[in-house]
Design a protein around this ligand. Structure first.
Ligand code: FES
Length: 180
């Protein structure tokens, strides 16, 4: 008899627990749903392919084709392309058949002017307030406080030049990347 009585209580407790769970689940779901936009706000959008890589683009918005690009430029050239988030990014020609494996964001770290490459000086010299960066984009004269941001540069299987975020140590300063 005890067993029967216990059995009759059990469904009652089960239903209560079920209702509690349902209520908790609903509340949690609503809370998570409300939080989702907030959480999304803090997660940077993916900018493209593996590792966030995107095709570098020329001034017309066409993908940069490595073989064509190398044929059109000389060793040592630093050539602007559109990189991550459309930022002007220097691609560097290392030899007749290779690009340097990093690019330099051309936006001056002082107040944001695009910094031209001065081949005769072997430096980037900002026309706005005179900041200078060496050939690797490391700041060598202020007022710019920081070196030019780095990005990975690779050539994919279709001969397209791609740019990807640089999140590792800045090899020029041995510090964490300020831009990541
Ligand atoms: Fe480049 Fe000021 S914006 S030095």
């Amino acid at each position: 008899m005890t067993q029967v009585s216990g059995a009759s209580d059990a469904p009652s407790m089960g239903r209560r627990q079920f209702m509690n769970l349902l209520t908790f689940g609903s509340a949690t779901g609503v809370a998570l749903g409300a939080l989702y936009p907030v959480v999304r706000y803090f997660i940077p959008p993916s900018s493209g392919g593996a590792g966030g890589s995107v095709p570098a683009q020329d001034a017309q918005g066409n993908p940069v084709i490595a073989s064509e690009f190398l044929a059109a430029h000389n060793v040592g050239d630093r050539v602007l392309a559109q990189g991550l988030k459309g930022d002007p990014t220097y691609l560097i020609v290392d030899s007749g058949d290779s690009l340097r494996n990093y690019g330099l964001n051309a936006v001056c770290t002082h107040l944001g002017c695009v910094v031209p490459w001065q081949a005769s000086e072997n430096k980037f010299i900002c026309p706005c307030h005179g900041s200078q960066y060496n050939e690797q984009g490391k700041v060598v004269r202020g007022p710019a406080p920081l070196s030019l941001a780095l990005a990975h540069v690779e050539v994919d299987g279709k001969d397209t030049v791609t740019v990807a975020p640089w999140t590792e140590t800045d090899f020029r300063t041995n510090e964490n990347p300020w831009w990541a």
